[in-house]
Design a protein around this ligand. Structure first.
Ligand SMILES: [Zn+2]
Length: 124
């Protein structure tokens, strides 16, 4: 392969990774924001809605809606595919966790610029 062709291919890969991490960033927000804000959010919006409805029903409705949002919004995150190996980023052999910053299949760190990028320190 000519050096120009190789460079072209490397650039295409970097663009592809960049696009994948953009998606990852959005999915991540849709997963973590509703997760972290669940308790204060349900208290606050339940309290607001309780001016119009029975307090128990109001809080129940808000909690249900919040969980649905978290479940639907979080799907993209939980199902996110690693740009290098194409497997689910958060699913290893026989287990799943979102508390990782690298692909559980190939070890690609999050926000890696390309398939050879193993250093997380210099990507930020
Ligand atoms: Zn991978």
């Amino acid at each position: 392969m000519s050096p120009e062709k190789a460079e072209e291919r490397a650039q295409a890969e970097r663009r592809q990774y960049q696009a994948a991490w953009e998606k990852y960033r959005v999915y991540s927000a849709w997963y973590w924001l509703p997760s972290i804000t669940f308790v204060p959010g349900v208290f606050f919006f339940g309290w607001l809605l309780s001016f119009f409805l029975n307090a128990g029903l109001a809080h129940g409705l808000v909690a249900f809606g919040w969980m649905a949002l978290r479940m639907i919004g979080g799907q993209g995150y939980a199902q996110f595919r690693c740009p290098r190996c194409g497997s689910k980023f958060f699913a290893g052999k026989g287990f799943q966790t979102v508390f990782t910053n690298k692909s559980l299949n190939c070890g690609l760190p999050t926000y890696a610029r390309d398939s050879t990028d193993r250093n997380q320190e210099d990507v930020f």
